[in-house]
Write a protein that binds this ligand. Structure first.
Ligand code: FMN
Length: 366
């Protein structure tokens, strides 16, 4: 997740449980140009055994070059291609979740990545389509499989759904059934280990992809690991003792997150500014009061943070449901912004090809 899953947060999550932790999205163009930010985004800590990098791109040649670089310089063990970004400034130019509509371009990008990756597994992540009348997931999934990907992950929403409503797990089941010969991963609305098992049962997917559920809850991966391992071993209803951190334990994780961010950014001020967005997620449901939240949301240094956190009553127990459930972006559905006449054909024309170049320039991600 852009802005969230940097090395610091991945390390923290990994300290709780196993999983494949994917980098923040990085644009292939920035990577080929070796911008400072993109090089930082693809960096991994030595404790990260599977170095997973997510690329975003709109041009097969640039994607191929970026993957070639990652492979030649031994910088990744897994590459994921992101075709799910619903942000209007990206889809308006034909990028992100709008791109799979152009089936020839989608296939060329995936093929270029798989070819350049050699033995390194490439996976794709996508949404259901542009909107309910323009679904692409079944043919994109098949096209990705034919191109040789190791897995296809589907977020059960369309671009125009944005993050609204509930993810459509039936579409995930449909994709699973349509692609018996490649791994299928499901994504959308997994807030707990029980949700992960429900999705696996209901859809038959090989694994799950978690986004917002882990915001401010790195310990979720401990629950997920336990439940999924048991489920895959044949326990249809694994009952797992979930991690239920006391307020003191939440404060410790929050502080550790900040420490790891300082290491990552090599800049204490920047790390403290970055952690501010995590305050509401970590302390969701805990009775800490508005003043505490406001103070922490203006934290300036680790010492300052320690002073603020030390005012908490560490013995306050896990609040249960109040700390669980949806968090992060929700938003409402709206028509997906697209280039003019984008929907009139599934093949890319010259005008759209030119517009697409900007779809990569306007994205942060390196
Ligand atoms: C802040 C934020 C940043 C995200 N960044 C990315 C990203 O860089 N790459 C990606 O594939 N998906 C990204 N997503 C989407 C999530 O990976 C996921 O597909 C989506 O949130 C639905 O899953 P969830 O219900 O588990 O959150 C992001 C989501 C959020 C909320």
């Amino acid at each position: 997740m852009a802005g969230i899953t940097n090395t610091a947060y991945r390390r923290l999550c990994q300290e709780y449980g196993g999983g494949l932790y994917v980098s923040e999205m990085v644009t292939s163009r920035a990577l080929v140009e070796r911008t400072e930010e993109s090089m930082r985004l693809i960096g991994h800590h030595e404790t990260e055994k599977i170095r997973s990098v997510q690329l975003y791109g709109v041009d097969p040649k640039t994607i191929g070059d970026a993957v070639t670089m990652l492979v030649a310089e031994d910088r990744a063990d897994h590459i994921d291609l992101n075709f799910g970004c619903p942000v209007p400034k990206v889809t308006r130019k034909g990028g992100g979740a709008a791109l799979p509509w152009k089936s020839d371009l989608f296939s060329s990008i995936v093929r270029a990545a798989v070819k350049a990756a050699g033995d390194i597994p490439v996976t794709v992540k996508m949404r259901k389509g542009i909107d309910q009348d323009h679904l692409t997931f079944l043919d994109s999934g098949k096209s990705a499989r034919d191109a040789g990907v190791a897995a296809v992950a589907l977020h059960g929403r369309t671009a125009s759904d944005y993050y609204s409503g509930e993810a459509d797990w039936n579409a995930i089941a449909e994709l699973r059934e349509a692609l018996p010969d490649v791994q299928v991963l499901g994504n959308g609305d997994i807030w707990s280990a029980a949700d992960a098992v429900s999705m696996m049962k209901q859809t038959g997917v090989d694994g799950v992809v978690v986004g917002r559920g882990c915001l401010g809850r790195p310990w979720l991966f401990a629950d997920l690991e336990k439940a999924i391992v048991r489920y895959l071993a044949g326990d249809q209803n694994p009952s797992v003792d979930i991690v239920m951190p006391s307020l003191g334990e939440v404060a410790d994780s929050f502080y550790r997150h900040a420490q790891l961010l300082v290491e990552f950014f090599e800049d204490e001020g920047r790390a403290c500014r970055d952690i501010r967005k995590h305050v509401a997620w970590y302390f969701k449901g805990y009775p800490v009061g508005g003043d505490f939240r406001a103070e922490l949301a203006q934290v300036e240094s680790l010492d300052h943070m320690m002073q603020i956190l030390s005012k908490l009553d560490r013995s306050v127990p896990y609040p249960g449901e109040a700390a669980e459930g949806p968090r992060g972006r929700l938003g409402t559905s709206k028509a997906c912004s697209l280039p003019e006449n984008w929907l009139s054909s599934r093949e890319l024309n010259t005008t759209h090809r030119l517009e697409l170049q900007e779809a990569e320039l306007s994205v942060s991600g390196g």
